[in-house]
Design a binder for this molecule. Sequence first.
Ligand code: PML
Length: 249
Amino acid sequence: EKYFSIRMRASKYASSEQDEKHISGGEALCTYDKIKDTVNTLLDKALSHSRGDPDFMQIQFDVLNDPIKKINPLFVSNNSVNSDKTGRELALKFLVQSGVSEKAIAKGYQHLIDQSELRGAILIDYQSGERVDNSNERGIRVSRMDWLQSDFERWAAFYNLPTNPRLKEALVLATKVNDHPLAIAELCWSDDPGYITGYVASKRLGYQRITKMKSPGDEQGCRIFFIDGTKYTNSYIHYLQKQPILISW
Ligand code: PML
């Protein structure tokens, strides 16, 4: 059966058109008969976002020619912390345990600060901390991935986790990003001012949710992929953008 990749992105125009503010993005995979519903779900997501009402939205679909790879979700652990400071310290510990150098973590944060209008993820070498993608403000967008809603709900019930669409999307992405030989770890928190839970994910530690990673109201998100960036970076970027992945459980 043919599958399609559906992608959405929405933004707000600032004073000049070059200065778009990212509002929302979304990814889905579905069969032809589900395209209409899937497009609607992505449309709703962008129209009800707490980063604001979009001035611009694009939803596109294209047929997949490559076979879909099915992989199991990373194991999820919950870490409850009482401040974002404690959350960041815990994230640092998890990243180091996953093999990332402290230097690379410090430089990773600096890259984030330097590029406040970043839309996608940045790729950082796990030892040197050098940025190894050339995408500047745009960042790398991970695409072509999904998890059937019914499978996700069964999984969430089994582990007694919330059927939160943010958890679903983030776990799909983290599982894809880390299921590659060059991947070392990921650090993420949302750019939604009302959502402060984030995570560190790696093959070694699974998906470590951390309840507080920033202060409420903060619109600065974070998505850093720490990778072995000394070679084959382009093949990793190609994998992130093109390899269709369906989470199965
Ligand atoms: C996002 O939606 O922008 C990232 C959310 C990361 C945390 C999701 C969770 O585990 O609740």
